[in-house]
Design a protein around this ligand. Structure first.
Ligand SMILES: *Cc1c(COP(=O)(O)O)cnc(C)c1O
Length: 401
């Protein structure tokens, strides 16, 4: 007999298929790289977070292999029982050296880092969390796990944030957290960190910046949004991922003061009840940070590539969101259009992922193009030529945002 659950799920899946929203995973048959193989064809990859091309860097892979030999596959334990290996402490020191923070603590993902931070630092109804409406899903879910009062301000609307901070409830709150993405994952725009920092200081709030798309990307030496604006501050808490620019496997961290990190190690649930990072990931990420610190020219190449791609998109008259980051969305309107364009581009040898509602607002479905330092100018030309041919068939993608 079919259970009610089975029936409900089957019905919803059928609806997703009918409305063209059913996600089919494309099969990546080679390592993540600017040119790779997907679904049996060679493609230029225009949709990965491999911003510095380190996911398959020989030094990163060799370091991970060394960790496997030295420490085995895993800890078979959480950090505080018997899961803190030398490699975890080494990675945390390396993160401190890179970010320039007092302390760092790692999690199995940045998702977990966010879930570790928000409910732990603002646990009670006396506390308050102020969050940008377009923050990453992991921040949204992390806030749901906290009992703090919630204030969601419109995307980058700092006047609204100020009103919320100045409201009687905002003023009365005990621990106040202002949470933002550094680089927003679907827009590719950058949070106004100096203004946020000023608001935080004025209201005795602590700023938390999720640097997942900014680490290894923004700032002269890739240290992120704070470096980009020149507003590094020890009281700002950073969360970030090792799964994007820093090697692309998995893992996340919180970079903060010694007190905040100590507290998280004592109290945050993902750290207390979920396994430590695999040693191979620790050494792989450390090698990625070393390559980044040693070869700042990767960042220069990333910036040149981004400028080349963004100029090309403008020239094609496609609707985009202007900016400086490697995330360059092409807004096409309907979800079905985004999916059809994704397919047409794949047939042209370019993989770029289409996103529709509910990941982005209704009517703003998009192709999220992402540029890497590992692309060659010829790859970008190839991708732009394919975009041109496909966009000719989809006039919806034209016009200024
Ligand atoms: C990708 C991303 C995450 C999740 O990172 P994982 O380490 O894969 O869990 C969290 N926050 C933001 C802003 C992201 O872009």
């Amino acid at each position: 007999m079919q259970t009610t659950l089975e029936k409900t799920l089957a019905k919803e899946l059928a609806e997703l298929r009918e409305s063209g929203q059913y996600k089919q995973a494309n099969e990546l048959q080679r390592p993540q790289a600017p040119r790779t193989r997907m679904d049996g064809r060679d493609v230029v990859m225009l949709s990965s977070n491999n911003y510095l091309g380190l996911a398959n860097h020989p030094e990163v892979v060799a370091a991970a292999r060394r960790a496997l030999d030295q420490y085995g596959l895993g800890t078979a334990s959480v950090r505080f029982i018997c899961g803190t290996m030398t490699c975890h402490l080494e990675l945390e020191r390396k993160i401190c050296e890179f970010i320039g923070c007092e302390a760092a603590t790692t999690y199995i993902s940045c998702w977990d880092a966010n879930v570790g931070v928000m409910p732990t630092l603002a646990p009670t109804p006396e506390d308050a969390i102020f969050s940008d409406a377009l923050n990453h899903a992991s921040i949204i879910d992390a806030i749901r796990l906290s009992k703090a009062q919630r204030f969601i301000y419109k995307h980058r609307d700092l006047a609204e944030l100020r009103r919320m901070l100045e409201s009687p409830e905002g003023r009365k709150a005990r621990n106040k957290l202002i949470v933002t993405d550094g680089v927003f994952s679907m827009e590719g725009d950058v949070a106004d960190l100096p203004a946020l920092k000023e608001l935080a200081d004025q209201h005795d709030a602590v700023l938390i910046v999720d640097e997942s798309h900014a680490t290894g990307v923004l700032g002269k030496t890739g240290r992120g949004t704070a470096e980009h604006f020149g507003v590094q501050d020890p009281n700002t808490i950073q969360t970030s991922t090792l799964g994007k620019a820093l090697g692309g496997s998995c893992g996340g961290y919180v970079a903060a003061t010694r007190t905040v990190c100590d507290y998280l190690v004592q109290k945050s649930r993902p750290q207390l009840f979920s396994n430590a990072l695999p040693p191979a990931v620790c050494y792989g990420a450390m090698a990625a940070i070393d390559v980044l610190m040693r070869e700042p020219e990767r960042l220069e190449k990333l910036r040149r590539n981004v400028a080349q791609f963004r100029a090309g998109v403008q020239e094609l008259g496609l609707k985009t969101i202007e900016g400086i980051t490697p995330i360059c969305p092409v807004i096409v309107g309907e979800t079905a259009t985004a999916i059809q364009m994704q397919k047409a581009l794949l047939a042209e040898g370019v993989f770029v992922s289409g996103f529709g509602y509910p990941v982005v607002p209704k009517g703003e479905a998009r192709l999220r193009c992402q540029i890497s330092a590992a692309h060659e100018p010829a790859d970008i030309e190839f991708a732009l030529a394919a975009l041109k041919r496909v966009a000719e068939k989809f006039p919806q993608a034209r016009g200024r945002a």
